[in-house]
Design a binder for this molecule. Structure first.
Ligand code: GLN
Length: 382
């Protein structure tokens, strides 16, 4: 038998989101693991996609995206953050946030380049960096408040640091970055050529009157940043796999050199539908209140249990500390919760390289009222 080579990611398993969703399905459990809504998107948006498909917009879009959509994206960013991106040369429509992140890393990270990430970290950053020969340096944020000690981050910076990846609001911890975090970041990258990849897919889901601060608010950061966002999270259509990357022209030009060979272009009728729908800012300006109600319903429902609810400033996710209930590892606890109590979650250790176990699990509350009610019922019986 000839020995065929393994892939470059042979040491990586199936993503925790797929694993937990599969376990939920096998056990007929309520799936609060993977972050996707279980309710219908707005019928108005669905009408637009139907319209553009039937009107015959079914061939390739321009490589960088449909201009009508890029114009709406530029308007949205300018209105929210007073930052200007040129629709044609500084915005690229992507097949979701993950593809934008992949392409950004593929475009700029070379062998032996160092990339700083913050853990708990979304699962695609590290494998993508390693696929291109980069080396991940990590700062671990810890329960219960997941604060960043910027002096430690500063110590991770070397001559080889190519990129810093931030995720704001953070999945899974639900933390958002504040003014002082950005001031520290500005001082760290000053006089360096470090790029910033800013994953802001939950930008419109922040709570309790807080403001999402985008990387593009700071000119000295904007000029070196690739800002990634997602329509899946903005309009509750995660299966449409559409998002975008906004970056200065010089970075966008390099990004597109990879993008053209990665996906070339993105679903035409869906881009047109999104553009039409975005013309009314109410379609995204009310998301904070909509999801805050779901967060509060879940928190209220669990308030009499022994779960400790950690702060949730934004995202689809509530973190629960369960150390008063069990001393199992979070992986075992999440499995048992799915199999015995029929509620699927994601263990936090899967967001850390060293599988840091702080007895914390993540629940997705982007679900119908009845789904949340059933999950609360089951969790209250523990
Ligand atoms: N972003 C979603 C989550 O965090 C899932 C994405 C995925 O399954 N790859 O759960």
């Amino acid at each position: 038998m000839i020995q065929l080579p393994l892939s470059k990611l042979s040491n990586v398993g199936t993503s925790i989101f797929s694993q937990m969703t599969q376990l939920a399905n096998e056990n007929e459990a309520i799936n609060l693991s993977q972050g996707f809504p279980d309710f219908m998107p707005d019928p108005e948006l669905l009408n637009y996609s139907d319209h553009f498909i039937k009107k015959g917009f079914n061939q390739y879009a321009p490589m960088g995206g449909m201009i009508s959509l890029k114009e709406e994206i530029a308007k949205k960013i300018e209105c929210a953050h007073q930052a200007v991106y040129h629709p044609d040369t500084e915005i690229t429509v992507t097949a979701g946030g993950t593809q934008a992140i992949f392409t950004a890393i593929a475009s700029f990270v070379k062998r032996d380049d160092e990339v700083i990430i913050f853990e708990p970290a979304y699962d695609c950053y590290e494998p993508t960096v390693e696929l291109f020969g980069g080396i991940v340096k990590r700062f671990e944020m810890k329960a219960p408040d997941y604060e960043i000690d910027w002096n430690s981050v500063r110590n991770l910076v070397t001559d080889k640091t190519r990129m810093i990846i931030i995720n704001n609001p953070n999945n899974p911890a639900g933390k958002i970055l504040k003014e002082n975090d950005f001031r520290e970041l500005v001082s760290i990258v000053k006089d360096t050529s470090i790029l910033i990849l800013s994953d802001e897919v939950y930008e419109n889901i922040v709570f309790d009157g807080r403001q999402h601060i985008s990387i593009c608010k700071y000119p000295e950061l904007k000029e070196r940043s690739l800002l990634v966002a997602s329509f899946g999270k903005l309009f509750q259509v995660t299966g449409w796999k559409t998002g975008y990357c906004a970056a200065p022209e010089n970075l966008t030009a390099e990004f597109r050199k990879v993008h053209q060979f990665n996906v070339f272009s993105v679903n035409t009728p869906i881009q047109l539908a999104l553009a039409e729908y975005m013309k009314n800012p109410d379609h995204y300006n009310n998301l904070n209140a909509f999801f805050q109600e779901k967060r509060d319903f879940l928190r209220q429902g669990l308030s009499s249990t022994s779960f400790e609810m950690l702060d949730c400033e934004g995202t689809y996710f509530q973190a629960l500390k369960y150390d008063k209930i069990s001393d199992q590892s979070d992986i075992d606890f999440a499995r048992e919760l799915t199999i015995t109590h029929k509620v699927a979650s994601v263990p936090f250790s899967s967001f850390y390289k060293n599988k840091r176990n702080e007895h914390v699990i993540r629940l997705c509350f982007a679900k119908k009222q009845e789904t949340l009610e059933k999950a609360i019922d089951n969790l209250c019986k523990i």
